[in-house]
Design a protein around this ligand. Sequence first.
Ligand code: SAH
Length: 369
Amino acid sequence: MSKRSMAFITPLLRAGDIITSKCDIVSMNFAELSRLVAEFGEPDYRAKQIFSRLQSGIGSFDEITNIPKIFREKLSEKCYIARCKIKRRFESKLDDTVKYLFELNDGEFIESVLMRYRHGYTACISTQVGCNMGCKFCASGLYGKTRDLTASEMISQITAIQADKNVRISNIVLMGMGEPLDNFDNTARFLKLVSNDEGLNIGLRHISVSTCGVVSGIEKLAALNMPVTLSVSLHAPFDSIRDTIMPINKKWSITELIAACKKYQSVTTRRISFEYALISGVNDSDACAKELARILKGIMCHINLIPANPVNENSFLRPDKNRISEFKNLLTSYGMTATVRRTLGADIDASCGQLRRQLRKETNGATIQ
Ligand code: SAH
């Protein structure tokens, strides 16, 4: 098969291809696999046979034992399997949270977290290596974005965690490193693959897509009309504050963001989740609580208050416990549903971009960009 025909099959997939010049087979959907097996001169039912195996987290083509060896060999010549190798694992002693630093096929590093809740296991996964959004309080964006993750690399974070802990993940949050809506096509592809009942079969209603406010992406996601939960990292109700902590706000103002959220809700009828990292002296005033309640009026939503995690390079600190509960009570008094997020894995730096940053520091930036 020519390289050109492979490129035709996987127009979206870039990352691993650059390294291996091979085709990213785990990112392929049924239709694409059907075309692939046809190009190999194999019967169409092979597509179904290999799809489930590819989505289950296998490490090599030899593990697809339900197809002839000769076909496995042909596949391994032309395709590669995206993998997450555990570089480091941190297990919280306070709860069952596990944080992973994964190494990708091309040597890049990403982070994922496994959390145990009463209703089951949730994986928090990354969508990019680094991040271009530049939120001032976040460790992921400190060095910009290196590259987007492929859908297969998002899948493989889940399968690697499931295999490591021998658990079934029932919920996913796209709240690790990266901005999912700045990697829209691969994220949308991932959502379709991961919810496929021949694959990991994780229901879209059990998946949250978190965004710093990429309005064009919210509109595109609404157009797909998938019942995923939209989670919006709002963090400030005034443009004057949001402009200073989240550069994306200069592109799309709070008014535009809220309008996009309303549109998303009118299409999907899903409750929206607003994330609000409380930073002492920045966004924790009474006036902020009042304005937050005002701008979210009329949206069926939940406000998640997150005491900010201090990141060394900046001076953002969380308010004290009293102020946090006062802020929450104010919101409740204005008729909003708000909770303070329980901090899981507090002893293992289980927040966005901190492990990769730590490794980068240890190696003086030599091994990771
Ligand atoms: N780019 C997406 C998803 C990744 S960040 C987004 O912005 O939503 C996941 C969440 O962690 C976001 O709500 C982000 O604002 C928040 N976050 C990042 N750094 C934080 C910190 N130091 N303290 C508290 N929350 C933080």
